[in-house]
Ligand binder design. Structure first.
Ligand SMILES: C[S@@+](CC[C@H](N)C(=O)[O-])C[C@H]1O[C@@H](n2cnc3c(N)ncnc32)[C@H](O)[C@@H]1O
Length: 349
């Protein structure tokens, strides 16, 4: 039986938040099955360009197939978004009009019988996005000391019964498959309370630890600012509170001119805002979307726009104009006609 395809979440909202325009250049840091990327390319036509990244080589194959009609306008790379800045410099893909991160896993990964992300399917305890990485969930489950395991489950899973679960896991070692682990957690945590399966939080914790998800997210958000051009947009869709908290705090902090502690009489931090919040309130899927795609229920979209000084803006425009030998007037680099002229300059190797 064919695994159900991944249904992209909050697509229209993401395209709107990115302010996708014809001739614009965008980065999809989490290509997955290419749903958001296809929508961005459609709305940025004619002349749009997209750099698509995914750490999972299998996702990249699926996205490549889906984005075939746009092959002249895309550059798809099997990379970790933690290397975003280096990737953009290497491929001369900056500044950009928008950057999207649609975090977490795709249905292709969750439904896979070999990747080990789901406690509902029997699979080896792997959970790596990229197979070149050494650390697997099996290593953590079978080798970490009990206290470290409990700490990891508590921190990355926000699991209140982390110590009981860690104790049971250590007692049952070696644990080889997802179903063995799910059974062990059920025994430790007792019967299901509420809607969520007792293994949900521990599986989330392991996946985050295996792929260093939170560290990579924090570092990528910082890198993204410098890649955005004048009024460039950064849009992030997250699926659990740990991710969302990082995104929310980052955007809030970067949209403030001063981040001194509240009682400091005069500003000593020297911090200046580099982002402007687009939506003051988080955007969530409609009831209709949740009904047709239950996996969208926890999605939260946050968007910001780059604030850039006149001087920085001037430098960006100058750089583009001098390479393309065209004259610009202020916001010129965003204009589709000029970007079409610039296409040649940024043509992919
Ligand atoms: C929710 S899916 C994206 C789905 C996609 N927006 C679509 O429309 O099909 C998240 C994707 O991000 C990828 N991913 C997660 N962390 C990553 C990282 N650090 N670097 C690159 N890709 C990552 C996963 O492999 C997965 O394919």
């Amino acid at each position: 039986m064919l695994a159900p395809a991944h249904i992209p979440v909050l697509v229209e909202e993401a395209v709107k938040a990115l302010a996708v325009q014809p001739g614009g250049r965008y980065i999809d840091c989490t290509l997955g099955a290419g749903g958001h990327a296809a929508a961005i390319l459609e709305h940025s036509s004619p002349g749009g360009q997209l750099l698509g990244i995914d750490a999972d080589p299998e996702a990249l194959k699926v996205a490549r197939q889906r984005l075939r009609p746009y092959s002249d306008s895309v550059l798809l790379l099997n990379e970790n978004f933690a290397n975003l800045k280096a990737i953009c410099y290497k491929h001369d893909f900056l500044p950009v009009h928008g950057i999207l991160l649609d975090l977490g896993l795709s249905s292709l990964q969750l439904n896979s019988d070999t990747r080990g992300f789901s406690f509902q399917r029997s699979a080896p305890l792997d959970m790596r996005l990229n197979f070149n990485q050494e650390l697997t969930a099996a290593y953590i489950v079978n080798s970490y000391p009990e206290t470290e395991l409990a700490h990891l489950i508590k921190t990355y899973g926000e699991e209140g019964r982390s110590r009981q679960i860690a104790r049971h896991i250590v007692r049952e070692r070696p644990i080889k498959t997802t179903l063995e682990l799910a059974r062990t957690i059920e025994q430790a945590a007792g019967p299901r309370r509420g809607k969520i399966h007792p293994a949900t939080k521990t599986f989330q914790a392991l996946r985050i630890a295996v792929n260093q998800e939170l560290e990579h997210l924090e570092s990528t958000l910082r890198q993204a600012i410098d890649l955005l051009g004048y009024e460039g947009r950064l849009v992030v869709i997250s699926y659990h509170s740990l991710e969302d908290r990082i995104v929310k705090q980052f955007m809030k902090q970067e949209s403030k001119d001063c981040i001194c502690p509240p009682n400091t009489p005069t500003c000593v931090c020297g911090h200046t805002a580099s982002l402007r919040l687009i939506n003051k309130r988080v955007i969530t899927p409609s009831l209709l979307e949740v009904q047709s795609n239950p996996r969208s229920r926890s999605a939260r979209l946050r968007a910001t726009e780059r604030i850039i000084s006149q001087e920085e803006h001037y430098n960006i425009v100058e750089r583009l104009c001098s390479t393309a030998e065209i004259k610009s007037n202020g916001n010129g680099w965003r204009k589709p006609a000029q970007l079409r002229k610039l296409r040649q300059v940024f043509a992919f190797a």
